[in-house]
Write a protein that binds this ligand. Sequence first.
Ligand code: 9MR
Length: 429
Amino acid sequence: MNLHERRERHERRSRRNLRRASALGLIAAGVMAVAGTATAVPASASGSAPSSAKASTLGAQAAQSGRYFGAAVAAGKLGDSTYSTILDREFNMVTPENEMKWDTTERSRGSFNFGPADQIVNRALSRGQRVRGHTLVWHSQLPGWVSSIGDANTLRSVMNNHITTQMAHYKGKVYAWDVVNEAFADGGSGQHRPSVFQNLLGDGFIEQAFRTARSADPAAKLCYNDYNIENWSDAKTQGVYRMVRDFTSRGVPIDCVGFQAHFGTGGPPASFQTTLANFAALGVDVQITELDIAQAPTTAYANTVKACMNVARCAGITVWGIRDTDSWRAGENPLLFNGSGNKKPAYNATLTALGGTPAARATASPASPASSASPAASLPSSFRWSSSGSLIAPKSDATHNIAGLKDPTVVYHNGKWHVFASVASSSGY
Ligand code: 9MR
């Protein structure tokens, strides 16, 4: 075998291993990622999975296009076997619904309680699910001792300490953090909302929070997360867009924007995909972070999922709860499973929009070779490229300042995942 053949074989194997590890959700945050890993997608199947094998669960199907499908999880429900069975079957990303909020993790100054969140995080990681951290700086679910702070210096040091301590505790375990949540005002101002952070620290509090977060865990993705920013022309959307554009242009660390997507029965606004694409064009990932839709209409769910599938940097979707009865909007039955844990029509619509096949059809026997067209005839005639976003990122240490990584090969050995790759620093390979 000559050098060229050996190299081709190595590259084929690398790609295969990467796809396999990503499909299993095994590339954890804190390991690493190559920016812009590209997947060929038939031009005719906009946003659909490159693999011909259709999966029958949300997480597995999302993984086929390099995305995740997650759910908000409550620690107190993990003992409910209907709940945990669905969680482990369908989802490969988990967001603690309330357990990482300030009023739980630092109820009194300097005294941290990570017990309830640890329960969710450790359980998820042991099952190969990843975790979104929600949330570090938010005006709501904020203990009184913080909101009653009266001077800027105290608040700055309290905020930085909260971010640093919480992120240090979960270092290497959290894929993405909602560093700042819901800082923009509703209505037509496009400005920040009043809060103790805004009032004492001014507009710069968000930048401060992101800079502190980057130092605390350089490998975690840092997101700004908000609701009612899905419609492109809304003043609130425009305000957040201006902030992200400003951050990326000045090098303020931000990696992603979370669109909560709490929708009414009509589902997403017509411009939702445009909004996702415009933010992504700034060089950040976009994520749907808290999806629920009043009455869960199938079309509304399908349209939401398609908007994400059609934007290469839409990294994944999280629904805000598992069964309707688990939802903060339980009266509106907005989720994918009913109170008994059965799949609703919106579930099938979601799976199909992800490129998958609902279970009943997935088990149908394949067409016999005699009755099907020749394989070549069913191949698409053109392809376009769709980037999954980062799968593996280099991790620098004291002696290696790594700028990039090439041809990663993922190997499981003795209970650990190992990544072999060529790495480059700014001076060369
Ligand atoms: O679902 C959460 C609910 O259990 C809490 O009581 C509520 C408290 O504010 O927060 C809910 O989650 C919110 C999320 O943290 C931020 N975006 C809006 C969500 C729904 O209110």
